[in-house]
Design a protein around this ligand. Structure first.
Ligand SMILES: [Zn+2]
Length: 143
């Protein structure tokens, strides 16, 4: 039997570069940093494009769809705010960037690399902050 989370999860801490990302989540939008110079996405957010060096970028809504690139089920050290049964996953979005998140609504024994997933959002803390989580895509059975 697993231990449920004890107390609230920590709220995200925004930096100058990532503020748009966290603000988007508060509004149930997964936003990506899109280069105005070469039209490519990058993540995590940073001032300059790693592809072309441009400092010009836009916050563009992402599909929220992707697949599991890698995942772990942390065992130690204990993290009481997460309980003792959670999965940390690196999700490769359809747009080609990878986000670190949690994979939910699936047992660790069912997780496969390449599994299609979709984003959803949950509240954390008491300030209106929300974070992104992923779960298997409903249409995954149809390919
Ligand atoms: Zn660029």
């Amino acid at each position: 039997m697993s231990t449920p989370p004890l107390g609230p999860r920590p709220e995200p801490v925004a930096s100058r570069d990532s503020a748009f990302f966290w603000q988007g989540l508060r509004e149930n939008q997964l936003l990506g940093q899109h280069c105005d110079g070469c039209q490519r996405f990058r993540h995590p957010p940073r001032p300059a494009c790693p592809h072309c060096g441009s400092f010009d970028w836009s916050a563009v809504p992402l599909s929220g769809r992707g697949c599991v690139h890698a995942w772990i089920r942390p065992q130690h050290p204990p993290m009481p705010m997460f309980g003792d049964d959670y999965v940390v996953a690196l999700i490769e979005l359809d747009e080609g960037i990878r986000l670190l998140s949690n994979l939910c609504e699936v047992g660790a024994g069912e997780i496969r690399t390449g599994m299609p997933v979709e984003v959803f959002f949950i509240d954390v803390g008491e300030s209106g902050a929300r974070i992104h989580q992923f779960r298997p895509r409903a249409e995954a059975a149809n390919g």
